[in-house]
Design a protein around this ligand. Structure first.
Ligand SMILES: Nc1ncnc2c1ncn2[C@@H]1O[C@H](COP(=O)(O)OP(=O)(O)OP(=O)(O)O)[C@@H](O)[C@H]1O
Ligand SMILES: [Mg+2]
Length: 251
């Protein structure tokens, strides 16, 4: 059984048109594109929350609609920006509850280790609903841990938008390392093209519900492409550390 998520000529009316893409293991994929392009909608279709009107969305060659909710919840997780719970639980309990589908050990020691790895240790004892958006995202990441690492497909909608500089770097480094280790497949909507250039293996650019460009950061982050699809005037430079393309707005 191929371990991949695939859409074939997928339509979700009236937002998405003719989307064909394949997500494979070991890759960190960034969905980019202007406001209203359909990125969040595509994420919802890829995770099975919205059924396509036409075409296919297949996880391991089986339509998402044919998976039981429980089997699907063992395969993929979604990280949202704001995620208030209907109950006032401490962080430790939210992590334990989120790990329930995997039926893993949730001893105090295991949960403490996971919290240390995901930067949640300072949140110990706090109530989840009272955390900031960025702190809640860290707790959501901790929920995905299986054994020593998170496993399966992780979808994130603008995960760095609420994070400060340190936590942007921490989260993206962590996702990159875990993806390279081969257990986690990451697909994230990112508005910050410079972060995408530093950490994503592949960029998929959406515009008005269609894929208009995809490839490596070098291939997609070109001044002409960005001006055309975002309507912004930009210059492309190089990151001083690793020569990744970096996007600068013309003043
Ligand atoms: N169920 C729906 N029916 C009709 N239009 C919808 C539906 N859901 C979303 N839209 C519209 O589809 C477009 C794409 O929305 P979406 O939220 O996917 O964009 P996005 O790329 O995530 O934008 P942003 O960068 O602002 O988050 C928007 O114009 C939105 O208003
Ligand atoms: Mg969105």
């Amino acid at each position: 059984m191929a371990n991949r998520l695939q859409t074939v000529n997928l339509y979700y009316s009236p937002v998405l048109r003719d989307i064909t893409l394949t997500l494979v293991p070991g890759e960190l994929v960034a969905l980019i594109g202007p406001n209203g392009a359909g990125k969040s909608t595509l994420l919802r279709v890829l995770t099975g929350y919205l059924p396509p009107d036409n075409g296919h969305c297949l996880l391991n060659d089986k339509p998402l609609s044919a998976w039981t909710p429980q089997a699907l919840s063992r395969q993929r997780a979604v990280m949202r920006q704001q995620n208030q719970l209907g109950f006032d639980w401490p962080v430790e309990d939210v992590i334990t509850m989120g790990r329930a589908p995997w039926e893993q050990s949730n001893s105090r020691k295991v949960v403490e280790q996971i919290m240390a790895l995901t930067g949640c240790a300072p949140l110990s004892g706090r109530k989840y609903n009272a955390l900031s958006g960025g702190e809640q995202q860290r707790v959501q990441l901790a929920q995905l841990w299986v054994n020593d690492a998170p496993q399966g497909w992780l979808f994130l909608d603008e995960p760095t938008s609420a994070l400060d500089l340190y936590h942007q770097q921490h989260l993206l480094r962590l996702l990159k390392n875990l993806t390279q280790a081969g257990n986690l497949h990451v697909c994230a909507v990112l508005h910050d093209l410079n972060l995408a250039a530093l950490w994503a293996d592949r960029l998929i650019l959406l515009h008005e519900g269609e894929i208009v460009a995809q490839g490596s950061p070098q291939q997609v982050l070109q001044a002409e492409t960005l001006s055309r699809w975002y309507g912004a005037e930009v210059h492309i430079g190089q990151h001083p550390g690793n020569h990744a393309p970096q996007v600068f707005l013309a003043p």
